[in-house]
Design a protein around this ligand. Sequence first.
Ligand SMILES: *C/C=C(C)/C=C/C=C(C)/C=C/C1=C(C)CCCC1(C)C
Length: 242
Amino acid sequence: MFTLLSSSVNLASGDWVGASFWLVSIALLASTVFFFLERDSVDPKWKLSLTVSGLVTGVAWFHYMYMRDVWVTTGATPTEYRYIDWLITVPLLIIEFYIILRAVTDTPSRVFVKLLVGSLVMLIFGYLGESGLVFGDPLVPFIIGMLGWIYIIYEIYAGETSGLSKSISSDSVKSAYKTMRNIVVFGWAIYPIGYYLAYLTGSEGSYNGATLNGIYNLADFLNKIFFGLVIWSLARKESNIK
Ligand SMILES: *C/C=C(C)/C=C/C=C(C)/C=C/C1=C(C)CCCC1(C)C
């Protein structure tokens, strides 16, 4: 399956972006194993959340194996790998809100649909901007993508999703919900900042693939692994595991 594993190209010393690909890929693999093993010891009610956390890190690990290999070989990595990964992992992260709310209160499925639509607008326009398809300049698709993200933030802080979260009675579920939505604001903000720095700061041609990949890698560590750990910690507390 992985011709990659037998690749003759190695990480060059001083290649910090390559090193970050390496670090994050191994951490994603370890997290995937961890979330699936831990799933056995929590209450049935929380198993689905841990399954989804493990899928997020597992899907990302798979893509990192490819991105890392292309990076060390060519010093670049296709935008497509990134966005195919996000297209799967972002909806999986967003569904965690729905799963957690559903575990504690009556939650209509439109809550998930709304968050999904926000994520798709954000990702589709982000991709159109980075790939240069359809739009001539990267600013307009960036702004539309930002609106998708802002809509998600509105939903989880003030919209229907937030309204449902008010009926959470358990303190640990309440605090996990708050941490998760803070991650969607502060952790997720790293991506548009990376986009801005890579595409919007200077004249055309100022695109910096090293900065962008380094920033996206850091962001993925936080938003996939740390996010999963917040859910894992919640599931343990709610299952009365010390
Ligand atoms: C695991 C991967 C995650 C959590 C990826 C999240 C990606 C974003 C929050 C991307 C956001 C963007 C905007 C808000 C504007 C347009 C450009 C994007 C796609 C980088």
